[in-house]
Design a protein around this ligand. Structure first.
Ligand SMILES: Nc1ncnc2c1ncn2[C@@H]1O[C@H](COP(=O)(O)OP(=O)(O)OP(=O)(O)O)[C@@H](O)[C@H]1O
Ligand SMILES: [Mg+2]
Length: 244
């Protein structure tokens, strides 16, 4: 099967500070590809490079057979890359429906009329349909996370990027997010999911990549990755650093 996304020897960072270093991986259509790794190892930076917020200084990013390494964020969004933010960023004074409608109009290149059913569908999928008239600023954290996903779905992404959508939630709420991801996956949605909770990643993903200092330490079958010595050492090392 052809990869939907390829990172080939990518170096990228902020100004002169290099964060990603020779990062290589592929994501295949229909898979939930999990990304783990200690704080600050470059997971969100990988999303920023994929979304065009930073441009690699080396290497290539290939999406759907097209070299997107130097394309603008808007172009990439229109080509089918949709994301959630690590910290939810809704328009707080707008309703849930209006928030998703905005992303369906701007991200999905639709007229408002054409965008309405797409937005409503994203709300049904994420379980927010009954709260569509609620003002976003009054939502609970779980519903804000759902709204982040609904907004990303509004642009009808071929590839959906989830950045720590389960962070800060209770165990029961994390299960709700896992159910939602499973539902999207069964509908054929390709997803890259960054999360710290390894058990969640093992249950919800097809393949798992562990990053370390801006590069791909190891990628493979989730259970195998969780039990691998390299991954255990990276996390143990991070805990020891925290104790200092
Ligand atoms: N806008 C920025 N300008 C400069 N440095 C940045 C910027 N954003 C992130 N960094 C640095 O890049 C490194 C990688 O950060 P990144 O946010 O990609 O890590 P992460 O793996 O997503 O971490 P976390 O698990 O805490 O979300 C960190 O050292 C961080 O301080
Ligand atoms: Mg991050």
């Amino acid at each position: 099967m052809e990869a939907l996304l390829q990172f080939k020897h990518v170096d990228a960072g902020y100004g002169r500070v290099k964060i990603l270093s020779d990062l290589n991986f592929e994501v295949y259509p229909g898979e939930v590809f999990g990304v783990i790794g200690p704080n600050g190892c470059g997971k969100t930076t990988m999303f920023n490079a994929l979304l065009g917020h930073i441009i690699p200084t080396k290497g290539e990013i290939i999406f759907n057979g097209v070299d997107i390494t130097k394309r603008s964020p808007n172009e990439r969004c229109r080509m089918g890359i949709g994301r959630t933010y690590q910290i939810p960023r809704p328009f707080v004074s707008m309703t849930v429906f209006e928030n998703v409608l905005v992303s369906a109009v701007y991200g999905g290149k639709h007229s408002e009329h054409a965008a309405r059913p797409i937005a409503l569908n994203a709300l049904r999928l994420t379980g927010l349909y009954d709260k569509r008239e609620t003002v976003a600023g009054t939502l609970t954290l779980l519903d804000l996370k759902r709204l982040e996903i609904a907004r990303a779905l509004g642009s009808e992404p071929t590839l959906l990027l989830l950045d720590e959508v389960a962070a800060g939630l209770t165990e029961a709420e994390v299960h709700e997010v896992m159910d939602l991801v499973a539902q999207l996956r069964s509908g054929g949605q390709t997803i890259i999911w960054i999360e710290h909770v390894i058990e969640t990643m093992v249950k919800s993903t097809n393949r798992l990549m562990c990053m370390c200092t801006g590069t791909n330490l190891v990628t493979g079958e989730p259970l195998e990755i969780m039990n691998s010595q390299q991954v255990q050492e990276v996390y143990l090392g991070a805990e020891e650093d925290d104790d200092e």
